[in-house]
Every structure is written in structure tokens, then in C-alpha cells.
Design a protein around this ligand. Structure first.
Ligand SMILES: CC(C)(COP(=O)(O)OP(=O)(O)OC[C@H]1O[C@@H](n2cnc3c(N)ncnc32)[C@H](O)[C@@H]1OP(=O)(O)O)[C@@H](O)C(=O)NCCC(=O)NCCS
Length: 156
């Protein structure tokens, strides 16, 4: 297994991973060609990390900072996605991607790392809490009726 930074040439593999291994993801959390192009066109604000088994992409994660008018605080990073191929789950690979992202952000001297997740996504919530994140907010209907979000940040 190898972790490495992803680039534009990985977009099709990421879309395949998202389509086949995170089909239940709600519309507002989906990554399509446009959202992925944005990541790779804005390397000063966004980065994506892939986990490869041989040359097959079996997991990926992304983070961003200063990417919208709502997030202009220096050193504040949002983890925007982590997906692991269903055949590879519960082997610590989600943790591996998450911890690589945290290590990268330590080098960038983060002041805050946060993310949001559906309150129904128990597996993801447990992954983040197990790895040092704490819940600091909950907002109903963030992305439309019923699309509630739990906000978590890495505790210092
Ligand atoms: C969430 C996800 C990334 C976890 O990936 P993973 O590789 O299976 O996670 P790990 O094996 O590293 O799990 C680490 C810990 O997280 C928790 N966890 C992860 N998935 C879990 C599940 N389905 N149920 C309960 N706990 C879970 C456990 O505490 C686990 O430790 P343990 O196996 O020692 O008990 C994966 O299920 C996934 O891709 N889901 C679909 C996409 C998604 O919802 N992403 C998150 C929001 S963007």
C-alpha cells in the first residue's frame, strides 16, 4: 500500500471510487469532475491524497482551506472527503489516510482542522472520534431539508 498526492490524471479513478464505494453519499458531499478539477486547479487551497494497492486507487481523502468566502481564517483546514473501497474497509486504511492528512497539515501549521459529517454516518463519526476529533456543533438542514451535519474538530 502506498500513500501519495493525487493529481488531475487521477480524476477518473477518484470518480470510480466514489461511484462504486460511496454510492450512498448525499448529493452535497459528492465529488464530480468539476469539484475534482477545482481541487487540482487550486493547489494553494486544496490537496488530495490517494492510497494505492499496486496501481489501484483503494482510498482517497481531501482537504481545503480558504476555498470559499465562508472560510477565510488563516490556518483553518476542512477535511472534505475520505472514502475507502468497501473490500478494504475495517483494516485501518481510513485512519491511515486521515493521519497522513493531519501530518501534512501539521507541516502547514494549522490552527484548526475541522470537518462535517451526517449524524447518520456512524462509521465515519467513530473513525474521527477515535482519532482525536470532538463534536463542537450540530446544524439541522444545512444542505436542505433533513441534510443535518455534525461539526467535528481535532482537539489540540
Ligand atoms: C468511513 C470510512 C472512510 C472508514 O474507512 P475504513 O478504512 O473502514 O476505516 P478504518 O478501518 O480506518 O476504521 C478506523 C476506526 O473507525 C471506526 N469505524 C470505521 N468504520 C466503521 C463502521 N462501519 N462501523 C463502526 N465503526 C467504524 C472504528 O472505530 C475503526 O476502528 P476498529 O476497526 O479498530 O474498530 C469508510 O467506511 C467509507 O469510505 N465510507 C463511505 C464514505 C464516507 O462516508 N466517508 C466519510 C465522510 S466523507
Amino acid at each position: 500500500m502506498e500513500l501519495r498526492r493525487l493529481g488531475k490524471s487521477d480524476i477518473d479513478s477518484i470518480i470510480e471510487l466514489e461511484k462504486h464505494h460511496a454510492p450512498d453519499k448525499p448529493h452535497y458531499a459528492r465529488y464530480d469532475q468539476e469539484a475534482l478539477s477545482f481541487i487540482f486547479d487550486n493547489p494553494e487551497s486544496c490537496e488530495a491524497i490517494g492510497l494505492f494497492d499496486e496501481e489501484i486507487l483503494v482510498g482517497w481523502g481531501a482537504y481545503r482551506t480558504n476555498w470559499s468566502k465562508y472560510n477565510k481564517e488563516r490556518g483553518v483546514f476542512e477535511i472534505s472527503s475520505i472514502v475507502v473501497n468497501t473490500d478494504y474497509r475495517r483494516k485501518g486504511l481510513g485512519e491511515k489516510i486521515l493521519n497522513r492528512i493531519i501530518e501534512d497539515l501539521k507541516k502547514k501549521k494549522f490552527t484548526k482542522i475541522y470537518l462535517t459529517v451526517s449524524p447518520l454516518n456512524t462509521g465515519a463519526l467513530l473513525l474521527y472520534v477515535k482519532n482525536g476529533f470532538v463534536i463542537f456543533d450540530y446544524k439541522p438542514n444545512v444542505y436542505g431539508p433533513g441534510a443535518d451535519r455534525v461539526f467535528l474538530e481535532l482537539k489540540s
